[in-house]
Design a protein around this ligand. Structure first.
Ligand SMILES: [Zn+2]
Length: 270
């Protein structure tokens, strides 16, 4: 409530003044069918302020070749089946997103159990209540998303990558997850997204492995790309489809960014 109030206040005093070369990358998760209309409203609101950046334009953006924004890019973590509803909304607006997938979740014999044990332990039963809110996008569904222009990235093999993971586990989580996706989807995955919280899941060795295997590392740190365009440290803002507009305004504002500086610096020093 406080965040929604603060967000609305900040926005009313100074509605997002982002530079033309800024890119706001959104990090979202579950998108139940019941919230498709809410997501559509969020998309419409954001398009009043930002131009969409397609995943295919990311390289040009980070090379400084595109700066007629500010831009917005949608990303979805965990690869839940209900992201198909979000994709429908995006398709209707002609937008493309990035979906970060967990191969062990896709291959789990009991996906709901896997999801609840290793991906999201706390469930809001008013929000996630259908089977598709607990199960994974299948390989054919991921292929269909790609044919619609969306891109797929790795969200680690198991979602269990931690800063304490040993070399074998890092190899599997970072390199093998890419190989798995490349083989299953016949593509070249160039984006990795660290699970949980980047400083909690990434160590110096996994950071090196991500840099070696991928072009883009999507982190959990919010920040301004105007200040630094580094494809190995992509900033993201977390929002969810069941958030009020005030809370979304807060998440996309600048008031809250300062407290992340120390965390980002800690990651840079790794
Ligand atoms: Zn996740």
């Amino acid at each position: 409530m406080a965040k929604a109030w603060a967000g609305s206040l900040e926005y009313s005093l100074s509605p997002w003044h982002y530079a033309a070369d800024e890119l706001v990358v959104l990090c979202m998760h579950s998108t139940p069918k019941s919230h498709s209309a809410a997501f559509d409203s969020i998309v419409k609101f954001l398009l009043q302020h930002f131009k969409p950046l397609a995943p295919a334009e990311l390289a040009d953006y980070f090379e400084g070749k595109i700066s007629a924004g500010p831009y917005v890019l949608f990303t979805f973590d965990d690869g839940l089946k209900n992201n198909l509803y979000a994709a429908q909304v995006l398709n209707a607006h002609g937008l493309n997103a990035l979906f970060f997938v967990v191969p062990d979740f896709v291959e789990a014999s009991d996906q709901t159990a896997y999801y609840r044990a290793h991906i999201r332990k706390t469930i809001d039963s008013n929000f996630d209540k259908e089977e598709e809110d607990f199960t994974a996008l299948s390989i054919p569904e991921l292929q269909a998303l790609m044919s619609q222009g969306h891109r797929i990235g790795s969200h680690s093999m198991s979602h269990l990558l931690r800063a304490s993971s040993d070399a074998d586990m890092i190899e599997r989580e970072v390199a093998s997850s890419k190989k798995w996706l490349n083989e299953k989807l016949n593509t070249d995955v160039d984006s990795f997204c660290s699970p949980i919280n980047t400083n909690f899941s990434i160590s110096q060795s996994s950071k090196r492995s991500i840099e070696k295997n991928y072009t883009f590392h999507f982190t959990t740190f919010p920040g301004l790309h105007t200040e630094q365009k580094d494809p190995a440290l992509v900033y993201r803002r977390n929002i969810e489809v069941n958030w009020s507009l005030g809370k979304i305004k807060y998440a996309l504002g600048k008031a809250d960014l300062g407290r992340w500086n120390r965390e980002i610096e800690r990651y840079r020093q790794l």
